[in-house]
Design a protein around this ligand. Structure first.
Ligand code: GLN
Length: 422
């Protein structure tokens, strides 16, 4: 039975040679591909065919990769299970009664099932690392500014990055190398890290590496997850790494701050889907406001509507200081906590997800439960840091991911540490 990892299966050939020659790459469906429809998992963009390639797609082609299709995702990246897709859910290849995680669930499932050698996802609050953890593959959320967002359909600009999903740390690092580096069409990209050789860092050598373990990211996690995580840490110690506890006190506000900021940015970004610039034309006989409302009523799913409403509320006069400004304060405190913790350790380690993969349908009626599952991933996006999820083992036959968080533009160190976990 098909996993439904792809929304559109269409091949885009790259150049004849290059570092990814002969390799197939699946691309998340919020990354623009010239001439190939790009839906963002939404009925709103069911027919949308971009007239240009995202920078990362240009770089894939120039590196000789073959794009094999566009992968399923939560609508506009809003979700943790790939079930908010207007095209139906993707199944987890490890256990088809479970979700693959999200929002880049199609990309992770495609790699885990061997339907593509490599994949690109995007991570606003965990959307690469969560599905990597749930499907038992590797995923990297790069430092904010390492990878161009030109051609990525925006959900929450200040938080998100495109990054690789792959079967091994080394192959994820190879794909990162191809897509990383400054782009004049994305002013938030930086020179730092552009020329780094990430794949060569996957040498498995953790002798003398110091690993901080934030206590707040273990409290509240499922016992089976914690046990697998601790076994993996013990294994790193046996290989010469040193571990100690650290604290990120502001992390207790991270989920709240993340959702206020992400929904606020989303409410503004999604205003462009009005049936005139984007979205289906309406048959409405009414005035412009009525036509606009009708397109959005029909084109958006429930989760997207919920976020547009809450984000608009958080930004409105009278509430802006109460919610949005406070969330920005929490973000600043969290960055400071990370700076302090990373002054005492080379990398920080936690379970990627505090839970095992949900059963299909289990979390759909409970958005809060879904938001809380992001507790360990969203702090990293708020602090704009790099993180990798690497398979740490299994609990009850289901994959558990270990997350390693590094200093800004220090992807080489998280790649090195992760390669010792494999
Ligand atoms: N689950 C988070 C959200 O729904 C993260 C999504 C993402 O990283 N795109 O916002």
């Amino acid at each position: 039975m098909s996993l439904d990892a792809f929304i559109t299966k269409e091949t885009i050939e790259g150049d004849d040679d290059g570092p990814l020659a002969g390799r197939t790459v699946a691309v998340k469906d919020n990354i623009s591909t010239e001439g190939v429809r790009t839906t963002c998992g939404s009925a709103m963009l069911e027919e949308y065919v971009p007239p240009y390639d995202a920078t990362v797609v240009e770089r894939l082609k120039a590196a000789g990769a073959t794009v094999v299709g566009k992968t399923n995702m939560d609508e506009f990246g809003m979700g943790t299970t790939t079930e908010t897709s207007a095209f139906g859910p993707t199944k987890n290849p490890v256990d088809e009664s479970r979700v693959p995680g999200g929002s880049s669930g199609g990309s992770a499932a495609a790699v885990a099932a061997g339907e593509a050698d490599l994949a690109l996802g995007s991570d606003t609050g965990g959307s690469i690392r969560c599905p990597a953890a749930f499907c038992g593959v590797v995923g990297i959320k790069p430092t904010y500014g390492l990878v161009s967002r030109y051609g990525l359909v925006a959900y929450a600009n200040s938080l998100e990055q495109i990054g690789p999903l792959a079967p091994t740390v080394e192959s994820a690092a190879e794909l990162l190398e191809v897509v990383a580096g400054p782009d004049e069409r994305d002013a938030t990209t930086r020179e730092a890290g552009a020329d780094a050789d990430y794949a060569s860092a996957a040498d498995g050598d953790v002798e003398g590496l110091t690993i901080g373990v934030p206590t707040e990211l273990i409290e509240g996690a499922d016992e089976r997850v914690v046990e697998t995580f601790e076994d993996a840490l013990a294994d790193l110690e046996a290989q010469g790494a040193e571990t100690h506890e650290v604290s990120l006190p502001s992390v207790e506000r991270a989920v709240q701050a993340y959702y206020v900021i992400a929904m606020s940015e989303a409410s503004s970004n999604l205003a462009r889907f009005d049936g005139v610039r984007y979205g289906p034309e309406t048959e409405s006989e009414g005035n412009w406001n009525e036509a606009f409302a009708q397109v959005r009523e029909e084109g958006f799913g429930d989760e997207v509507k919920r976020r547009i409403l809450l984000g608009t509320y958080a930004l409105s006069a009278g509430y802006h200081d109460k919610y949005y400004a406070k969330a920005q304060d929490a973000r600043a405190w969290l960055k400071r906590d990370f700076d302090e913790a990373l002054a005492e350790a080379d990398v920080l380690a936690s379970p990627t997800m505090p839970v095992l993969p949900f059963e299909l349908g289990e979390s759909l009626d409970d958005p809060l439960q879904m938001y809380l599952a992001d507790a360990n991933t969203v702090p990293v996006n708020l602090a704009n840091l790099p993180a990798i999820s690497v398979p740490a083992g299994e609990a009850d036959g289901l994959p558990v991911g270990l997350q390693l968080i590094g200093g800004a533009f220090d992807e080489r160190t998280i790649v090195r540490a992760a390669s010792a976990v494999e």
